[in-house]
Design a protein around this ligand. Structure first.
Ligand code: CUA
Length: 191
């Protein structure tokens, strides 16, 4: 019977045996290896976001997205604007319960800086069928460099549970071949 009143039986207070010491040593060394891997992988793993990062007030980001949509809108689908930014432009994509806004129309082989932020809570940016995953958080603006390498349609799926409509949170990117039909080519600015 073990309790706080009755002391446990055994030899646990005696010095550790050889095997136990060996095991604790191995475990400790392994802890150090894992600990060292954190800074090592941060520097060498090439898996950290390569783009820009900044703080942004969600309402300000929404306003920036709306300006982006107004400026480059070329069509509409199911009430969603289709937006075609010129090559090299700053692209603004919004995550919100439960949509990705707007629909993007991009050119194959052209590099864009795609900004991602959320209006409400944590969403997950997942390109399907391409294996690209990224956390999208309110209050943070991540600008990721992306170069579509295949024409066709890519779907944006939310892979971070965000409530009752999570499974319906699907967006779309249309990738086209050939030169841009967007009228002006200009450097995008981020304000
Ligand atoms: Cu957004 Cu799940």
């Amino acid at each position: 019977m073990h309790s706080g009143i009755v002391p446990p039986q055994g030899v646990w207070w005696k010095p550790a045996g050889k095997q136990e010491k060996l095991w604790v040593s191995i475990a400790f060394i392994w802890c150090l290896v894992l600990f060292a891997m954190m800074p090592f992988w941060h520097l060498k793993g090439a898996q950290n976001p390569s783009g820009i990062r900044s703080r942004v007030v969600p309402a300000a980001y929404l306003e920036r997205v709306n300006r982006f949509v107004t400026e480059y809108k070329v069509g509409e689908e199911n009430g969603y604007p289709i937006v075609e930014p010129p090559p090299g432009a700053e692209v603004y994509l919004l995550a919100q319960m439960w949509r990705w806004y707007p629909i993007l129309k991009l050119k194959k082989g052209v590099t864009y800086t795609v900004h991602l932020s959320s209006l409400d809570l944590n969403h997950g940016f997942n390109l399907h069928p391409v294996n690209v995953n990224f956390q999208v958080l309110p209050g943070y603006d991540y600008g990721l460099k992306m170069t579509p390498n295949e024409a066709g349609q890519v779907f944006i799926i939310c892979n971070e549970f965000c409530g009752i409509g999570h499974h319906t949170m699907v967006g779309k990117i249309i990738v086209e071949d050939g030169p841009s039909t967007a009228a002006v080519e200009r450097e995008g600015t981020y304000e």
